[in-house]
Each structure stands twice: as C-alpha cells, then as structure tokens.
Design a protein around this ligand. Structure first.
Ligand SMILES: N[C@@H](CCC(=O)N[C@@H](CS)C(=O)NCC(=O)O)C(=O)O
Length: 343
C-alpha cells in the first residue's frame, strides 16, 4: 500500500514537472534561499572574474546580478559557482546552480537533449584562433599540421574539427579542461594555436599574457569560423524562472533603447513617455505579470545598469579588452541586440 502511494506521488510529481508551465519550483527555491546560485566560468577578464576581494564582475556576471535585483531588489544576493566547460551542464541539470551564465553557446542539442532552456543572447560571438606573432601565420588557412589548445565539451572542439576537415587540413588537439591551464599551456608553447570564442581570446590576450611577453606578441587571426550566440541557461521545469531571467535580460536592452541608465533612472521615473512608465513600473502591471516587484526594472538598472552600460564597463573600448560593440549594438544602430516590447 505504502509503495503504491509512493509510486502515485512520484507519478504526480513527474506529471506536474512535465506540464508545469506555472510550476515555480526553481523560483520558489531561489526565494526560500534568499539568493540566486549562478554558475560562472573559472575566470575570464571582462566576462566573469573574481577580484582580489572575491567580488565577481563581468558582462556574464551582470546577468546574475540583474536577476537578483529583479527578484530580491538586491544585486548582491548571488552565490557564484565557478564551473569548467565540462562541469557546467551537469551542475545545472542536477540543481547545483539555478542559472548558468558563463559564455555558453546556444545550440539545438543543449536546448533539447540536455534539458536546458536558453533565455536570451548576452553576447553574439564567433570562434577564432590566436597564435604567437613569431609563428608568422596570417590566416587560419595556414594552420595545417598545427597543435591546437582547446577545451573539452565545447562547441569549440566540434567547430575546430569541422573547420580543419572542410579545409582539408590536419591538426593535433591538446585538450585541457581548466581555462587557466589551457592559457598556461598555450603561453608555454605546448600548442601553436589557442582556439575559443573570440571574446575569450580577446580577454586572454588583454589580461593573461605572462611577462616578459606582451599582448603584442600574439595575434587573433581574421577568420571567424562559427556563430557563437552566448547566453544564460536554466534547466527545463520552471517556466516562470526562465521568464524572469529572459525578461531581465530584455529589460537591460530595452532600457538602453529608451535611454534609461543607472545615472538617470530616478529622473526617468518622472517621464511622461508611456513606454518608460511601464518599463519602470510607474504604470504597474509588468512586475505582476512576471511575478516580481513592480520596481524590478528600476532595481536592475539602478544597481547593474542597462545593457550598453554593462558592455562598456566590462568589455568596452575603455577597458583592457577594448571590444567594439559590433554585432552587439542595438538593432536601432545596426546590431542584433533587440528586446521584444515590455507590455
Ligand atoms: N562557447 C563555447 C565555449 C565555452 C567555454 O566554456 N569555453 C571555456 C574554455 S576556453 C571558457 O571560455 N572558459 C572561461 C572560464 O572558465 O572563465 C561553448 O559553449 O561550448
């Protein structure tokens, strides 16, 4: 009898998860804990890096902070779990983290077979190659026979094989899980080439070259061999939690489009523009629909900033990375960052 009841309970639990558009189990857990557990990388300047005080910063970290601001009104309510490329999906699937925000590429198999939901693109990227200048190589087409440092469990590894095969070239992979060890191997000359997302190459070149070498001793080759739309992921099963992450990202993009910044957001509360009033919760409704405080966007923008502020502060032209907005400009400026309306 007891077993029958347990089986029935288990069946019911499975049923409510699979149909649970309204189920809020992950959001409930986040709220009960009072903090978001965010899976990040091991350490990449501008995107996800803990400073000497242990404070995490970066464009990907800002997503964790913004979600905490939306849910708790406090961007500090985040616990960070550094994960390698190999560990990240299991950590999310098993519930060790609530959210993964670590430069993961959206792909079909990750979105389906791995049981994940990607929210929105934080950074449109592509895969590239970095080589020591002294190698004298100017194009990826000259890399036949090269030794290539690459991380396992990545799209990088797959694209690398495709690219060399398509160009009838051979390579010797040196597969290393921890990004700091990959960088060390590359800088020590254990491989001729380091391949990963170009954002990560730019970060490595700007922040990790060991003296006496300098960043001028390395070049990123011109070929961009793939599309790498990078964004946060949650696991299947709690649509409301996914909605909160997704719309928090959109809110940062929408705020940039409407000129709402961390500096002027208090002024903007007095705006007559109906869209701005709705975004900032002066006209209520959006917070209620999402299941958060009406001041959710106000809190995100006040504490974290809009998308453009986050981009410029972390990876933009005044940072060591000096990354151009490029594809990550707003759609109104010829880029791909486009948020559906908050209404
Ligand atoms: N975007 C690619 C690669 C992502 C990835 O995790 N790359 C690693 C190895 S190069 C990385 O950048 N790690 C940075 C970090 O841990 O700080 C993917 O999703 O597979």
């Amino acid at each position: 009898m007891r077993n029958v009841l347990l089986a029935a309970a288990a069946g019911f639990a499975a049923f409510s998860v699979s149909t649970g558009a309204m189920a809020g189990k992950d959001l409930d857990a986040v709220k009960a804990r009072g903090a978001v557990i965010c899976g990040v990388g091991i350490g990449t300047a501008g995107f996800m890096l803990a400073d000497s005080q242990g404070k995490w910063r970066g464009l990907s970290v800002d997503v964790c902070r913004a979600v905490a601001a939306a849910v708790f009104g406090d961007a500090e309510k985040v616990k960070y779990v550094p994960l390698t490329s190999q560990q990240r999906f299991t950590a999310l699937q098993s519930g060790e983290v609530d959210l993964l925000s670590n430069n993961t590429t959206i792909t079909l198999t990750r979105d389906t077979a791995l049981g994940l939901d990607f929210t929105a693109v934080t950074y449109y990227d592509g895969q590239g190659f970095m080589v020591p200048k002294k190698l004298g190589v100017k194009s990826a087409k000259e890399l036949n026979g090269a030794t290539v440092c690459v991380a396992p469990g990545t799209t990088t590894e797959l694209n690398l094989a495709d690219y060399f095969r398509a160009n009838k070239m051979n390579f010797k992979p040196v597969v290393i899980e921890k990004v700091d060890e990959i960088r060390a191997a590359f800088f020590a000359g254990r491989c001729d080439v380091y391949t990963t997302d170009i954002s990560s190459l730019a970060a490595t070149r700007a922040a990790n070259v060991p003296a006496p070498l300098t960043q001028d001793d390395f070049i990123i080759l011109p070929e961009i061999i793939s599309k790498e739309p990078l964004g946060p992921a949650v696991r299947h099963g709690d649509n409301q939690w996914a909605d909160i992450v997704r719309w928090t990202q959109y809110a940062m993009v929408e705020a940039e489009e409407y000129g709402i910044t961390s500096k002027n957001v208090d002024e903007m509360l007095k705006s007559d523009n109906p869209t701005i009033k709705r975004i900032l919760g002066v006209t209520p409704g959006m917070g209620k629909a999402l299941g958060v405080d009406e001041k959710w966007v106000y809190n995100v923008i006040k504490q974290v900033g809009n998308y453009g502020e986050s981009f410029e502060r972390n990876v933009g032209k005044d940072t060591p990375l000096k990354i151009d907005r490029g594809l990550n400009k707003l759609w109104t400026q010829g880029g791909l960052q486009y948020a559906p309306p908050i209404r």
